[in-house]
Design a binder for this molecule. Sequence first.
Ligand code: 13P
Length: 321
Amino acid sequence: MPLTHTRDLFTKALKGKYALGAFNVNNMELIQAIVEACEEEKAPVILQISKGARQYANPVYLKKLIEAAISVTNIPIAVHLDHGDTVELCRQCIDEGFTSVMIDGSHLPFEKNVEVCKRVVDYAHKHNCVVEGELGQLVGAQFDEGEHGGSFSKGGVYTHPDEAVEFVRQTGVDSLAIAIGNSHGAYKFKGAQHLNLDRLTAIKKALMDASLGDYPLVLHGASSVPRELVEEINRTGGKLGEDAAGVPEADIEIARRTGVTKVNIDTDLRLAMTAGIRKAFLDNPKEFDPRKYLGPARVRVKELVRHKVRNVLCCAGQAFD
Ligand code: 13P
């Protein structure tokens, strides 16, 4: 079975009122865990690859691993570039057959962001690929820490509903990543902070009122940073800060019902994998066969993804409809 187009996954998700998990991948164990979980849950899935993942694993390895995943399963799988930072990188991924790319011009002034996005959209649409843009600024690092470049915003800037309409109209992007208090990583909120779900509702409404329909929105930084994983990592020798905190899963649930169609998850996968590896070493300090610690870690990632697709994103059972 070839790749399934991101466009088709979005169309079905919007109709079925569920969200798609977009899980970041950079090695074999992550890809296997995510795909096996989604296969068991009969869930469609987006595997997303960042610039840092391409630098780490080599684009050819990732492509071949995903081809292998597709050949051993029949669930719909789309491949997405996460946080493309240049038109050239987006073009490369489009040429390699990605079904969607993100061009992240969120740190640029509005007009410049539009210009860069439009260039990617023009190329992508000629080559059967769809594009995610981003408007507003997430708090903290915009790209993952393994990458060169990127940008960091201290305060974050919420996406303005009217600007979202203008941005979608002027660029022709197929989906829009929004900033509503979300951020990447394991330290998202202080105290009882939350996502600004009212702002999400206002953005969705503005797009609808502007006759852009049930327009697909994307939520970056959607990891929930489960307390039990943080505690397990620290019990087994880790030193994660007491202030590690993610987006409550109840918020993601509301975001899904309000109209977020793609939910990006990376940090939670990292935490599950780290917890699995640390526990394996603690249980058996003499072990040095990578299969004996990567294997259990893969199982932990798989359990986490099963939970997300079944209980949070509600895309379980939607693979073949
Ligand atoms: P998390 O750090 O919350 O997993 O977010 C990942 C993400 O948004 C990737 O683009």
